[in-house]
Ligand binder design. Structure first.
Ligand SMILES: Nc1nc2c(ncn2[C@@H]2O[C@H](COP(=O)(O)OP(=O)(O)OP(=O)(O)O)[C@@H](O)[C@H]2O)c(=O)[nH]1
Ligand SMILES: [Mg+2]
Length: 238
């Protein structure tokens, strides 16, 4: 009998940044760990003891990793640190996910099986959506349309933080050189990857607004997003 060839599945690492997510982290870990993946939590010394919970759960889950940073150093560097760690540990695909349960881990298999260099969990393709108020929906849709047209990106959801990257994408982008944080970090990675010719796909997600804590979408963040758009468009080396 000719042995059937089993394709090498690769190793997927899921990365989540946490700042005061003690009320959410256990559910996130349980849901993510139902899948055949590793999970890396990057915690910035959360005053609510998020890291303590992670350490407790490390007794039960051997594929659960924790990176502890001394203080709140920002969304972008948290994920960049998690990405680098995952690659060092042998990841071939790396997923970024929010810890506040806005991103449903059930979609992971669909993201992992799609053969694209980047897969975006997208709120703005058919089947996708959000639980947001009208105001926040308009702001987000406006920002996305602007970024898509201005940067010429062939995707509907430029600011979704739920994404899968093949390792080669993150290696090509040189994470140390990414200048922005927050939503701008997300569009900067996408813009650079697109310019380098990486393929991008989208799967529909329903974005569940965080139930605990307050939204941090400030006017400052919106202005930063706009200036970053212009900076990226004008930069020669992006
Ligand atoms: N380690 C770390 N994680 C962060 C930092 N800022 C945000 N995060 C995490 O990054 C993820 C996304 O941040 P959120 O605050 O949910 O951002 P958002 O969904 O745009 O806004 P919300 O409406 O507040 O939910 C969450 O898991 C946060 O805990 C940070 O400075 N350091
Ligand atoms: Mg959130």
């Amino acid at each position: 009998m000719v042995p059937t060839e089993v394709p090498h599945k690769g190793l997927t690492f899921v990365v989540t940044g946490t700042y005061n997510e003690a009320t959410n982290i256990q559910t996130l870990i349980q849901e993510v760990m139902k899948h055949d993946v590793h999970l890396v939590v990057v915690d910035d010394n959360s005053p609510d003891g998020t890291a303590v919970k992670v350490k407790e759960l490390q007794q039960h889950y051997k594929n659960l990793h924790l990176i502890e940073r001394p203080g709140k150093l920002g969304y972008g560097t948290a994920y960049a640190d998690g990405f680098r760690y995952s690659i060092e540990k042998g990841a071939t695909k790396i997923v970024s996910i929010d810890a506040d349960l806005s991103h449903d881990p059930k979609i992971l298999p669909e993201m992992i099986s799609m053969d694209k260099d980047i897969v975006i969990g997208s709120r703005y393709i058919p089947g996708g959506g959000t639980s947001w108020t009208l105001y926040r929906r308009i702001v987000s849709k406006g920002a996305n349309t602007l970024a898509r047209l201005f940067l010429g990106l062939p995707v509907r959801d430029v600011t979704s933080g739920y994404r899968l990257y093949k390792k080669a994408v993150l290696e090509a982008i040189e994470l140390d050189k990414v200048k922005s944080d927050g939503y701008s970090f997300l569009q900067e990675i996408l813009y650079k990857a697109h310019k380098k010719g990486f393929s991008i796909g989208e799967v529909a997600i329903f974005f569940q607004d965080r139930r605990e804590g307050q939204s941090k979408l400030s006017k400052k963040e919106m202005i930063k997003f706009f200036f970053n758009l212009v900076r990226l468009r004008l930069s020669k080396h992006a």
